[in-house]
Design a binder for this molecule. Structure first.
Ligand code: CMC
Length: 427
């Protein structure tokens, strides 16, 4: 970390010296940690210019469209690795040896079952509940079942909780789906891959044998890799904030799931497919483009735009290729893909989108792939949450392994000055 100095000149001509910290990659950071002791705060709603923590996990260069997990480019991981190897890399910082991977794989695939009593918890939810509501509730409730890994000050507890979350999340996700359609829960199969086991728990029934389709399994694995981590986004920052108080890991991941659900974040994949269905045919696209540009209309083109990417989202590139590959191999034709391609072409040539550097993001094509797999749109964000769990855990662990401070943002107060209370209840 190369330290330089900068000076902040105040109105009264006094100055405050601040350190500039240089990371390995990316923008330099002005260290303002001591500013409040000088009677000043910074103001940055939405954290556009704020580095909330130091991290070694993921790097994004939004202008160049670069995404690195522990230094490895996302396209290389998506084409040459598998989800569990990526999980190892995110959690441990480097590529595992064969022996390390086998051990890791064995632990993850041997802890996939959840406490049987949790199955009864599901029955407390209405059948028509959104699966994200169920997933959020059940994940938080895991803390009530795994007391032996809740002391966040003990490293071994943190490790056990991390493995439990990683291993059990596909089981919880698939149970959310099975419950919503009224089918019996399917137990995990530890001989299958992470993605294959998830598809098995989603689509198998007790009445007949289910064979996992290799194409769908590999597409699902790729979707999981592409969603595994994304630096300090809203849900990851939520997990870190929740964790900074010493809250247990299950509660922290439940908080992350809640934050992810919003349509500006992970909920965009469901909203995007719903939008493509609403557009329905290529002739309707101009109407929706006009609505997206209209400042009096709250409608936004879902799956478009990103806080960091001012270039093509590298995940969207891989997702578009996977989408074509899946539909071709399954000999499926989906008019929504035609709508999506036409919409992308129109938007990328429209000055409104060009000037604002709005490109398709990861959610633009993922829904079409998931739909081709037979997965309903209400499950899309659940799958995103399942994939992102490893990223959340990696950040949560990193925060605990470092010196941790409770997250406590300040504010610019614009309310009343101190005033006298006079009740209006007395005549
Ligand atoms: N459609 C139409 N206009 C848009 C869109 C969009 N999808 N996204 C941004 N804009 C406009 C926005 O109106 C604003 O225009 P102006 O400067 O005239 O006021 C300008 O572009 C900048 O927008 P912003 O809201 O200040 O940008 P942001 O960085 O705060 O928001 C975003 C980023 C992702 C929330 C936003 O682009 C958006 O709402 N996109 C649609 C939802 C979506 O696809 N979200 C998934 C993100 S990727 C998955 C994930 O990591 O969670």
């Amino acid at each position: 970390m190369d330290l330089k100095k900068t000076k902040l000149i105040l109105q009264d001509k006094t100055s405050i010296e601040l350190n500039i910290i240089k990371g390995t990659l990316g923008q330099n950071v002005i260290d303002i940690r001591n500013l409040s002791s000088k009677g000043l705060l910074t103001f940055d709603p939405g954290f556009n210019s704020t580095a909330s923590c130091e991290s070694k996990i993921t790097f994004i260069d939004g202008d160049k469209g670069t995404l690195l997990y522990r230094g490895f480019p996302i396209d290389q991981l998506a084409s040459k690795s598998n989800y569990l190897e990526v999980c190892y890399i995110l959690l441990n910082g480097d590529v595992p040896t064969k022996k390390q991977f086998e051990k890791f794989h064995k632990i993850v695939t041997r802890h996939t079952m959840i406490h049987e009593q949790i199955t009864r918890l599901f029955h407390g939810f209405r059948r028509d509940s959104h699966p994200m509501a169920v997933m959020c509730g059940v994940t938080g409730a895991l803390a009530a079942f795994y007391h032996d890994s809740l002391d966040v000050n003990i490293k071994r507890h943190r490790e056990i909780a991390a493995f439990r979350l990683l291993s059990k999340m596909p089981t919880v996700a698939a149970m959310c789906y099975k419950y919503s359609i009224g089918q019996p829960f399917i137990y995990p199969r530890n001989d299958l891959s992470y993605a294959g086991n998830f598809l098995h728990m989603m689509f198998a029934t007790p009445c007949e044998k289910y064979k996992v389709n290799a194409i769908l399994e590999s597409a699902m694995d790729r979707i999981l890799i592409l969603h595994a981590d994304h630096e300090q986004n809203a849900s990851t920052s939520t997990v870190r904030t929740a964790g900074s108080s010493g809250a247990n890991p299950f509660a922290c991941i439940a908080a992350g799931i809640a934050s992810l659900w919003g349509p500006a974040h992970g909920g965009a994949n469901e909203a995007c497919l719903n939008m493509l269905e609403e557009i329905n045919t290529v002739d309707h696209i101009p109407e929706f483009i006009n609505r997206a540009k209209d400042k009096n209309d709250s409608f936004r083109l879902m799956g478009f735009g990103h806080r960091l990417y001012k270039n093509y989202d590298p995940r969207a590139k891989v997702m578009r290729e996977t989408c074509h590959a899946v539909l071709n191999t399954l000999c499926m034709k989906d008019n929504l893909l035609e709508v999506a391609i036409a919409l992308e072409n129109i938007a990328l040539n429209d000055p409104y989108f060009v000037e604002r550097k709005l490109y398709p993001n990861v959610d633009f094509y993922s829904g079409i792939i998931l739909k081709a797999m037979g997965i309903p749109s209400s499950m899309f964000t659940v799958i995103f949450a399942m994939a992102r769990t490893v990223g959340w855990i990696a950040h949560w662990k990193e925060m605990h392994d470092d010196t941790m401070k409770i997250a406590r943002p300040r504010q610019l107060y614009t309310g009343y000055d101190k005033r006298k209370f006079i009740s209006k209840l007395i005549d």
